[in-house]
Design a protein around this ligand. Structure first.
Ligand code: HEC
Length: 158
């Protein structure tokens, strides 16, 4: 209950910001506001090159992803709305991509053998943000809003 109320609250704040934007943009070049907008097309290319082999070309994950293999690892989950990527806030997702599943789960005290490699040596922070932006861009609005809410809670903001 609380969750949905809070979401409605942050969405109405967003509505006000969007409504006010045209006045601001009329005097300042739009580019100034968007210089650090994540690079969704770049993220799509990174995803295709480094993530699609496991998580699927269409973010559909591997077959039977909810059942453990014999070695205790799990197949890669989907990143679309049928998976659980959007149940996690941005900080956790970035950490998972940067350090890999094993390091993150070990830190959390979770006894689990991860099949998710770390990409911190190959991808910059901007690359990681771009690939996350690409994944988010494929979600319907309500899923994006739910995940944004999760990120805010995770960051400790109201
Ligand atoms: C070798 C296969 C493999 C590759 C390549 C891979 N992953 Fe994963 N990933 C997994 C598996 C398996 C999991 C499930 C959790 C676990 O085992 O730790 C996972 C979990 C995740 C999670 C956390 C859980 C969730 O539901 O989202 C994120 C985020 C993620 N992967 C993103 C990526 C991104 C981004 C890339 C490319 C840069 C990538 N993965 C490449 C196998 C892979």
């Amino acid at each position: 209950m609380m969750h949905w109320l809070r979401m409605a609250c942050s969405l109405s704040v967003l509505g006000v910001a969007v409504a006010a934007t045209p006045f601001v943009l009329s005097s300042v070049p739009a580019r100034a506001f968007f210089h650090d907008t994540p690079d969704i097309e770049g993220g799509r290319a990174i995803y295709a090159a480094r993530c699609a082999s496991c998580h699927g070309a269409n973010l559909e994950g591997q077959p039977d992803w909810q059942s453990a293999r014999e070695d205790g690892t799990y197949p890669a989950p989907p990143h679309d709305e049928t998976g659980h990527t959007w149940h996690h806030g941005d900080a956790m997702l970035r950490d998972y991509i940067r350090r890999g599943g094993q390091a993150v789960l070990d830190d959390m005290g979770v006894d689990f053998t991860s099949g998710m490699p770390g990409f911190g040596d190959e991808l910059t922070e901007d690359d990681i943000e771009a690939v996350l932006a690409y994944i988010r861009s494929t979600w319907p609005d309500r899923i994006r809003a739910a995940q944004a809410e999760r990120s805010q809670l995770e960051a400790g903001s109201p």
